[in-house]
Design a protein around this ligand. Sequence first.
Ligand code: KG4
Ligand code: ZN
Length: 339
Amino acid sequence: MLVLGIETTCDETACAVVKNGKEILSNVIATQTDLHSIYGGVYPELACRRHFDLIIPLIDQALKEANVSPAEIDLISVAYGPGLIGALLLGVHAAKSLALAWNKPFVGVNHVEAHLYAAWMGCENPEFPALGVVISGGHTFLVKMEALGHYEMIGQTVDDAIGEAFDKVGVLLDLPYPGGPEIEKLARQGDPKRFPFKAGTVKGRPWDFSFSGLKTNVLYTVKGQNCDKKAPSQITEHDKPHIAASFQEAALKDITIKTLAAAERFDCKMIFLGGGVTHNQRLRELFQNSKVPVHWPLPRLSLDNAAMIAGLGYHIFIQKNYQGDSYELEPKPRIPLSK
Ligand code: KG4
Ligand code: ZN
C-alpha cells in the first residue's frame, strides 16, 4: 500500500511516499529556518505563506523521487494537529483537495504521535508495554504504550518543552535560530561542570518536567540577577561554550534519568524516543548504558518530516479498517495523542 504523507504543522513543509508503513520511497523536506531566523522563532503568517508556495512543488517532487504516479497512491495521510492553525490549514486542505481530485481516501494523523512512530518505524519486532518519549520544540512527555494508539500519560512538562528551552537559551547566547543544534555544537568545546545548572522538579510528580527555572538560571548567568532580557550581556565569548555545555548536560540528564527510571518502574520492554531533540548526539551517548533497548528515529526522521506521517497514517488506516476520514475533518492546534 502506497501512502503519500503531508506535513505542515510548523516551519517545515514536507512530503513523502512510504510503502506499507515502513519503506521510505521519498522523503522531501523544505525547512524554513532562513525565513524565521531573524525573529528568533517561528513567524506564523510567514510560515503559512511559505507552505502555500511550496506544497504543490514538494508533492510533485516526492512522487517523482519515489517514481510513483498519483494513480498508484492508495492513501493520503496528513498531520491535522497539533500545530499552528494557518500552517495546518494549508496541509489539510491540500490533502483533502488531492483526495477529491484523485478519488483516494485520506486520513488525518497526530503530528506528535507520528514522532513516536518515527522511532519504532525502524524496529523490526516492537515489544510492549514500551515507554514512549517525545522531546520536541512543542512537547516533552513520557507515555506508557500498550500498542499503537494506546497510550497512558506518565509525565509531561509543566512549563517549557525541552526544545523550546534550547531555543530560548540559544537566543540568550546570540546563536542563530533554532538554538538546539547550535547549542549542541558550542557545547562540544565547553565544560559541562562549569555552571551548576539543574532542571526543575515538580513536587509529588516525579515523572513531570520543568525547564523554565533552568532557562531563568541561564538568563541570570548571562545578564546578571534582577536583569531584564534587554540588559547587556555580563559574560564573555569565552564563557558561552561552558554555559551551553552546562545547560545541555542539565536538560539532557533530566530526560535520561527520568526516562530510565520510568522504564524500570513501569516494566517497559523497550524505549522509543521521538522529536527534534533526539537529533542530539550527547543525548544518545547518555542512553548508551540503558538496560532496556532504546530505539531512535531513523536518519532524517528526528526532525519534522512527512515519512512519519505517511507511516502512521498507514497503520491507522489498516488497524481501524475504515474508509478514511470525512471531508469534515478540520485542523486543530491542540488534539489528544491518539484519535
Ligand atoms: O520535532 P521538531 O522538529 O519540531 C516540533 O515538533 O517541535 O523539533 C524541533 C526542536 C527545536 O526546538 C530544536 O531546537 C530542537 O528540536 N533540536 C535540537 C537539536 N536539533 C533540533 N535540540 C537539541 N539538540 C539538537 N541537536
Ligand atoms: Zn515535530
